[in-house]
Design a protein around this ligand. Structure first.
Ligand code: ZN
Length: 179
């Protein structure tokens, strides 16, 4: 997706490492996870422990993306204890760039370093408002994570051509079905 800001591209790809439609999961086991890491130019010797952490973080962040359809002023507070408990296991520190920017960055190595990149990108995006634009398609058989680049941040489906239309057709059929 070309409209995703660069730091969020890894986040989006990580969240879409499971494809609900096909059932394919890049985090299915250690071997597939290592493959995913190498594909993203972040080769790391993942073990079962890393895989478990990555899978749980993905689940929690996907649940967060699902809340982004609500308007910020109407967003319901929710229990974020599980996400918070995972986040503290992934070390981050404030890093200074040559241009003076002070931003959070990972201090872990291997998989915790990669997950730290994901988390740091989320933290930065939460600050500039772009994290709220990372949304998950509400179609049950899709659940694809996409970046909503629309001006008023109102895009509801991953793709209007596919999920939007499919859903419109479905609700039209339901409305017109004989009682
Ligand atoms: Zn969709």
């Amino acid at each position: 997706m070309a409209d995703v800001p660069a730091p969020l591209a890894l986040v989006e790809s990580f969240l879409n490492s499971v494809d609900v439609e096909t059932g394919l999961d890049d985090l299915r086991d250690v071997a597939t996870f290592r493959h995913w890491l190498a594909d993203h130019d972040r080769p790391a010797e993942a073990d079962e422990h890393d895989l478990d952490l990555a899978r749980r973080l993905r689940t929690e962040l996907r649940a967060e993306a699902a809340t982004h359809h609500q308007q910020p002023d109407q967003a319901e507070p929710r229990d974020r204890g599980a996400l918070d408990a995972l986040a503290v296991r992934i070390p981050l520190a404030v890093r200074f760039a040559p241009d003076g920017a002070a931003v959070p960055g990972p201090t872990g190595t291997g998989v915790t370093g990669v997950l730290g990149e994901v988390l740091a990108a989320v933290a930065l995006a939460a600050h500039d408002g772009s994290w709220r634009r990372v949304k998950i398609c509400p179609a049950d058989d899709c659940r694809w994570v996409y970046y909503d680049a629309s001006r008023n941040s109102s895009r509801r489906w991953c793709s209007m051509q596919v999920c939007g239309n499919r859903n419109k057709t479905r609700s039209y059929r339901q409305r017109t079905a004989p009682a």
